[in-house]
Design a protein around this ligand. Structure first.
Ligand code: GLC
Length: 427
């Protein structure tokens, strides 16, 4: 059984994911160590050159706030095992690089100073830790069977578990209130990509880890990737086509999305989603009771790249006028017309027009139910009427609509916003 996340989470709807770590230096995907099967010693060289002289988490947090996001989630440690905070349990950390300081501390302070909720992403996997056993997803998966057996001989997941729990304790006790935790991930029963030796709840000590998490931070929102239920489910890089359920029960969910398919900074990947597409994805999610966690992968110098900056400013421009169709809104019981999405907040119904029709849009089931309508971007009135079913279409007049249909009359010129929204005041 999933539990319910803290109310701010489902209310706010929109957060920023930040994938930042040593992989920003090779700048070719956060899984680069794995994809290129790099030996640990080779990958470690990036720690020697990690010098984020332009790191300014206040700038990240400000960009997030202006884009309408209310929480920011940072990778404290990714699968490569490198830690951005000053962990007492390892030397593989930011304090031992040219960065020479606790980068998580500065992040937490900055996010709080912007009035946002603080979130951590923490990898359950660790390709650097000497006790983490080799499995089919490890960079050394293609070593010979004998080599792997010999390596695993000396490795002990019980010791790794202790390390994992110890680090989570550090993170949840050393930085004040933490609002959100994204554990990543379990793959013992991954039917999409089955691998040998896949790890899950037993390996992580998930029940214990979840209990520890809630004991240290009672109000925290935790995801479901410990292979036991959490507060939210986390569809990754796809848009659910309906409100999500687990065992037939509705669940809170959050789609995490990238700008170009990679989470970490990837210099040569230019498969950028259009900002308008990402705005439609946010709307589409909210229309199905979901959140969106939109990722940025800052460069190794610590800055958001120009594409991320532009994306966020497009969100800012749109959210400036349309925040109230997102914040505090969710699915509506009404059925939106084609090329449109509804969100609803109390007696306000928001019609998001993904395509701009000529003049008329017909809303099934809303006849007699709307007191007033306006464009949200400039609060200009939108006239509406019901056209009786027996009206015949004429040379210059539209024909009747099904009973209960409300017909809006839109301006010919589409408002100059990423997605136009009509705000309907329900009776
Ligand atoms: C994954 C990936 C990853 C990314 C994440 C975000 O499962 O391993 O690199 O951090 O999901 O959801």
């Amino acid at each position: 059984m999933s539990s319910t996340p803290a109310p701010w989470f489902t209310h706010d709807r929109f957060g920023m994911f930040v994938h930042w770590g040593l992989y920003a230096l090779p700048a070719r995907h956060e899984w680069v160590m794995n994809y290129e099967k790099m030996p640990t010693e080779e990958y470690e060289k990036y720690a020697r050159y990690f010098e984020p002289d332009l790191y300014d988490p206040r700038a990240w947090a400000r960009a997030a706030r202006e884009a309408g996001m209310t929480y920011v989630v940072l990778t404290t440690k990714h699968h490569d095992g490198f830690c951005l905070w000053d962990s007492a349990l390892t030397d593989y950390k930011a304090t031992n690089t040219p960065a020479a300081r606790d980068l998580v501390r500065e992040f937490v302070d900055a996010v709080r100073a912007e009035g946002l909720h603080v979130g951590f992403y923490h990898s359950l996997l660790d390709w650097h830790h000497p006790d983490f056993t080799i499995d089919g997803r490890h960079p050394r998966r293609d070593d010979t069977e004998e080599e792997i057996a010999a390596l695993n001989e000396g490795r002990d997941m019980a010791r790794y578990r202790e390390y994992l729990h110890g680090q989570v304790r550090e993170l949840l006790t050393g930085y004040g209130r933490i609002d959100y935790l994204f554990y990543d991930f379990s793959y013992a029963n991954d039917h999409h990509h089955p691998v040998w030796g896949g790890k899950g709840a037993e390996d992580w000590g998930s029940e214990e880890l979840m209990a520890l998490t809630r004991e240290l931070q009672p109000d925290i929102v935790v995801n479901d990737r410990l292979e036991i239920p959490g507060d939210i489910v986390t569809p990754e890089q796809y848009q659910p086509d309906r409100p999500m359920e687990v065992d037939g029960e509705p669940v809170a969910w959050e789609a995490c999305q990238t700008i170009n398919g990679s989470w970490g900074y990837f210099r040569d990947n230019h498969q950028h989603k259009d900002p308008e597409l990402m705005i439609r994805m946010l709307i589409d999610g909210v229309s199905k009771n979901g959140n969106m966690l939109l990722n940025v992968g800052p460069t190794a110098r610590g800055e958001l790249d120009p594409v991320a900056t532009r994306t966020l400013s497009e969100f800012a421009r749109w959210m400036h006028h349309h925040e109230r169709s997102i914040r505090g809104a969710g699915a509506s019981e009404f059925q939106a017309p084609s090329d449109a999405r509804y969100t609803q907040r109390g007696d306000r119904l928001y019609l998001h027009l993904f395509a701009w029709p000529f003049e008329h849009v017909h809303l099934a089931g809303l006849g007699g139910k709307v007191a007033y309508a306006q464009l949200l971007n400039d609060a200009s009135e939108i006239p509406f009427r019901e056209i009786s079913p027996d009206v015949k279409p004429l040379t210059t007049g539209i024909g009747g609509q099904a009973p209960g249909t409300l017909t809006l009359t839109l301006p010919v010129v589409r408002p100059d916003v990423a997605v136009p929204v009509v705000e309907l005041f329900l009776r």
